[in-house]
Write a protein that binds this ligand. Structure first.
Ligand code: SF4
Length: 351
């Protein structure tokens, strides 16, 4: 990447702007390392507005690392239900247990130590170390890469790890005295002014006078980002299997993006309604198709599910079978965390 304007030139106007314009977000109320960590994990791939209610509920129920280390997995999944990317929540609990066992319940303070914990990579380590402990460590996300690409009219591919690493080194080496504020200010500028899609708000930008892309009128051409590999699309039929007592059949997913989560069972491929009913029988359920619940779609990072939902009703109570649970509507709401992918098929909510 080019290196003008420099970090040192950017810092004063950016920090002054941030001091006046920082959004009042729940995780900014104090810089407790645990709170910063939880917020950074939740914010990965998830919008600020979506995270807010989850964050508050999570911290109310699990106010310390020790609480997080001890909470039963089902309850933890329930707190995370709907946020997606469930490997994050499993890693955060593994990491909390390590912090309790190896660090006496205190988060380590350096990026190097933080990166030894599950689920903490360069970005999160930099965020926690700088915001909570004042370490001069960069945290470079898509927002920061975009801001620099535009400031410097730089056409390097921001999807390239080398570009990210080089910028991270440069920022760390030239970090101003308040690293947490500087990192947050850069991300804030990217999130609220130097916007990702559509027109950046250059008229309101505290760095407009330094910005090469603005001077050249090429803000909308930047950043350059190599196209991602296309997502794999799979066609799935989702079965809502209900017994005579109104209980719904669930099982734990054995593979794929939601591995280990409770799921409504699914069948792969292009199937006729008769084949769906036969598929349910093969799973061990004597149930008749009663309703087509319609199509829906869920997008994971590298995969897309195109789904068709089906309600199947049994005239008898389901019998206990290994690997399955049968849950009432109330249990489904209170005890089982069903991933957002199945949101369209929660027929029990209308009961
Ligand atoms: S002037 Fe415009 S393009 Fe340049 S950093 Fe500011 S918002 Fe982004």
């Amino acid at each position: 990447m080019k290196n003008h304007p420099t970090v040192t030139e950017i810092a004063p106007p950016l920090l002054e702007w941030y001091g006046k314009n920082a959004r009042d977000l729940p995780w900014r109320q104090n810089h407790d390392p645990y709170r910063v960590w939880v917020s950074e994990i939740m914010l990965q791939q998830t919008r600020v507005e979506a995270v807010k209610p989850y964050y508050q509920r999570f911290l109310q129920r699990l106010p310390t690392i020790a609480h997080l280390a001890q909470v039963p997995e089902e309850e933890l999944m329930k707190l995370w239900e709907g946020l997606g990317y469930y490997s994050r929540v499993r890693n955060i609990q593994k990491a909390a247990r390590l912090v309790v066992e190896q660090y006496g319940g205190q988060m380590p303070a350096t990026p190097e130590e933080l990166k030894k914990l599950p689920g903490i990579g360069d970005y999160t380590a930099g965020a926690v170390a700088s915001i909570a402990f004042g370490c001069p460590a960069a945290c470079v996300d898509g927002n920061v890469l975009r801001v620099f690409a535009r400031l410097r009219a730089d056409r390097s591919d921001i999807a390239s790890p080398k570009v990210r690493e080089a910028l991270s080194h440069e920022i760390s080496a030239n970090m101003p005295p308040n690293p947490g504020d500087f990192n947050q200010a850069l991300m804030e500028l990217g999130a609220t002014v130097c916007l990702p899609n559509g027109e950046p708000l250059c008229q309101s930008c505290p760095l407009g006078h330094l910005c090469a892309a603005r001077q050249q009128g090429i803000q909308n051409e930047l950043p350059v980002k190599a196209a991602k590999a296309a997502r794999t699309v799979s066609r799935r039929h989702i079965l809502v299997l209900r017994d005579s007592a109104g209980r719904i059949a669930l099982r734990k997913r054995a593979q794929g993006p939601l591995k280990g989560m409770w799921e409504l069972p699914g069948l792969e491929g292009e199937l006729t309604p008769q084949q769906v009913e036969a598929g349910a029988a093969e799973l061990g359920f004597d149930a008749k198709l009663v309703e087509n619940l319609g199509p829906s779609k869920h997008i994971f990072t590298h995969r897309e599910w195109q789904m068709e939902g089906w309600l199947l009703q049994s005239g008898r109570p389901f019998e206990a079978a290994e690997g399955w649970v049968f849950a009432t509507a109330q249990e489904l709401e209170q005890d089982y965390a069903l991933p957002a992918a199945f949101r369209a098929y929660r027929v029990w909510k209308e009961d």
